[in-house]
Write a protein that binds this ligand. Sequence first.
Ligand code: NAD
Length: 368
Amino acid sequence: MIKQHFSIQSITESLASHPEYDGHEEVVFCEDSETGLQALIAIHSTTLGPSLGGSRRWKYSDRNEAVTDVLRLSKGMSYKHAIAGTRMGGGKAVMIANPDAEKTPALMRAFGRFVDSLEGRYITAEDVGTSVQDMLSVREETENVSGLPIEHGGSGDPSPMTAYGTYCGILASLAWNQGLDQQEACNSEVVKDRVIAVQGLGHVGMDLCQQLFAAGAKLIVADVNAARVEEACHQFKAIALPPDEIATAEADLFAPCALGGILNTVSIPNLGAAIVAGAANNQLMDDEDGARLHQQGVLYAPDFVINAGGIINIANEKPTYDADKARTQTQEIANTLWQIFQRSREINRPTSVVADELARQKLLVVTP
Ligand code: NAD
């Protein structure tokens, strides 16, 4: 039963003139005075299936900033799902973190009731600021939650699959730049003795390094966390660089696996590699940076294409997690990137633009 201190309000109509509004199907705001929860869920599109996207908890300066973020992120999820072929739609939730509303199991359960009120049109998962543990609290209130631990019937941490998809995308990018045929897009031989600069040695970056090292790559790494750098140097014979030197390091490929906005007017002219292919979200500071890379002759693997392994994994969680299917679908990232590179060359447009167009086309087609 929805309690009195709990309110849900549709704000979709009020957003019609918002610069980030893109025909989103539904945007709802939820408040729970008992736990201090303030959250937004945006469903961008359910054309291809129920919307699936993580729940981010962040210190937004105000509600408007949170609205902008949830509109942008949910649209990004639609594009990511469309290209990855998960048959899921795009949605996202954001929670406005504030010091008076600690992230407690009660707050997460209130969020779970909010998710449940959308009756399956939005399925949540963990994201920045939320954890697998939080999703177990959400699960107490709704079926519509993914990314649970394997022992709880879920698919576990999505990062290894994200790393695997990024690895496949790196192989395809190297093969493309070497002028090889598409059947070589997944051949690990292409990475042997290649120098790969990896920025960020977290859940995804470290796993990626392990796969690259096993295939014979030479690694240059950077992280703000010295212990992780030490571990990569020890385990993968990597060479360490200070964080502000990794993007300019001379390498065959630069793999950003830390922060967004790494590709910008300052970094692009100084990039040390002819290929950028990594897992980080929102690598382009703005859309024009995709064009800057293209003009400079840098091959860019669009982030939402190459880092889709994690959501492919989560999309394979129900009714019963199928790891083999998730892995096979994740391998397809290599072929998808190949198509994008080909189209980019044919029409002489940035790969980022081609990827956006491909996603929009898929969103227009309702698969039976
Ligand atoms: P993480 O937090 O585990 O790792 C990020 C790493 O980057 C940390 O080790 C951190 O110390 C390091 N870092 C932070 N600032 C840095 C800097 N200035 N220079 C170098 N290193 C820095 O995160 P993650 O789960 O590994 O995700 C990495 C990126 O991939 C993020 O952008 C994330 O949004 C994106 N992504 C992750 C997944 C996933 O399944 N985990 C899926 C899709 C996209």
